[in-house]
Design a protein. Structure first.
Length: 397
């Protein structure tokens, strides 16, 4: 029984060794032969020069370059709210009305303020008349004082009589000073009345468009009552928050920015950085950057959501390849090139490269490639250095 068991075990060991030898030497060789005889299909493209940019995309909203809410400096009834043209005609003020700096757009109780000016002028004339009377009285008092002074010195008048004349003179002098003060007071009142008359005529403080109408004609106004809001949208601005690590790459008046909005998906608006605000937000570690752009067409409106793309760096006439064709292994970057043999076959070659700018699906190659090299763009996941490849028909560009 033991002999049978030993023989059986011996047979199993012999069969196992035989299978191992057969697989190692015959099947593997066959697989390698099959592998060698089956080139890996790949697609390639010819390396060319192009351009690439390092960009930063942020979001924000459109703001008017200037916004003024017009409030009256006088109180009263809003008699008119109309934009007066140079030819004397006028149009009602509504949202969307274009106005110019200094253009008359409204009137508040005009006749009332005209009457106040007339009243102040009349008060000034009265004050001037009072001054003339005071000056005449002062002359009489000065003459009588001098006469009684001489009489007193000659002994023809008493001390009491001279004192009475002296007091009358001083009273007349004080009356003249009061009349002079009344004139200054009347002049100030007249000046204020004229200012109020001028302020009763409302003018636009800037050239722009009416974006909000707060009051209609006939309403009473107070000093804090807004009448209209006017915005200058010929030039608009966008304020975005930029992470502090990018601030050194952004230069006012130099860094280009391209604005896109959902309302015009096929259009891009060119802009530039206007200023970088000096303070860094301690919570977000960002700084506000103001962008300005021309808006003569009026397409960009305050409140619109925008996407801003900053061009931080730009390279032209440099080698640019698809990002998917570049592999990263540890700290090394490499691509596969094809050394052409008998068409459409060739050998794959692993080539280390140094990358530069990255823009979306594109990568700049600083060194390692030359113009005209055949770069593998599809099928490189199955390659190793020296693999035989078959260039798919029509993939060489």
């Amino acid at each position: 029984m033991k002999k049978v068991l030993v023989v059986f075990i011996w047979i199993l060991l012999t069969a196992g060794v035989g299978c191992f030898i057969y697989w190692s030497f015959f099947l593997r060789e066959k697989e390698e032969t099959v592998s060698e005889e089956s080139p890996i299909p790949v697609e390639v493209t010819s390396v060319t020069l192009g351009e690439i940019s390092q960009t930063l995309s942020l979001t924000g909203e459109v703001e008017a370059s200037s916004t003024v809410t017009v409030k009256p400096k006088v109180t009263g009834r809003l008699e008119e709210l109309r934009a007066y043209q140079e030819d004397g005609t006028s149009i009602p003020i509504e949202q969307g009305t274009q106005v110019s700096r200094g253009q008359r757009i409204g009137i508040i109780d005009h006749e009332t303020f005209v009457a106040q000016v007339s009243q102040a002028q009349a008060a000034l004339e009265v004050a001037r008349a009072n001054l003339a009377a005071a000056e005449a009285s002062l002359e009489d008092a000065a003459r009588e004082r001098a006469r009684f002074k001489n009489l007193y010195q000659e002994g023809a008048a008493t001390q009491q009589q001279f004192d009475q004349m002296d007091a009358a003179y001083k009273k007349a002098l004080a009356a003249k000073q009061v009349a002079q003060a009344q004139i200054r007071q009347a002049e100030a009142a007249l000046q204020l009345a004229r200012i109020n008359l001028r302020e009763s005529i409302i003018t636009s403080p800037l050239t722009g468009v009416v974006t909000k109408k707060w009051l209609d004609e006939g309403n009473m106004t107070s000093l804090n009552t807004p009448i209209v809001t006017i915005q200058d949208i010929k030039t608009v601005k966008v304020i975005v928050s930029v992470p502090e690590r990018y601030l050194t790459s952004i230069k006012p008046k130099a860094t280009p920015v391209f604005i896109s909005v959902d309302a015009y998906p096929d259009e891009t608006f060119a802009a530039e950085v206007f200023s970088i605000y000096p303070e860094i937000d301690r919570e977000t570690r960002t700084a506000q950057v103001e962008i300005r752009l021309e808006n003569k067409s009026g397409k960009l409106r305050p409140g619109m959501f925008i996407r801003a793309r900053f061009i931080l760096r730009h390279q032209e006439n440099t080698i640019v390849v698809p990002g998917d064709s570049v592999f990263k292994q540890a700290e090394e970057r490499f691509v596969f090139l094809v050394n052409e043999g008998r068409a459409p076959y060739g050998r794959a070659r692993k080539v280390p490269v140094k990358v530069g700018l990255v823009e979306g699906p594109k990568i700049e190659i600083v060194s390692g490639l030359r113009v005209g090299d055949l770069l593998v763009t599809t099928g490189m996941d199955y390659l190793r250095d020296g693999s035989e490849v078959e260039i798919v028909q029509g993939s060489v560009k």
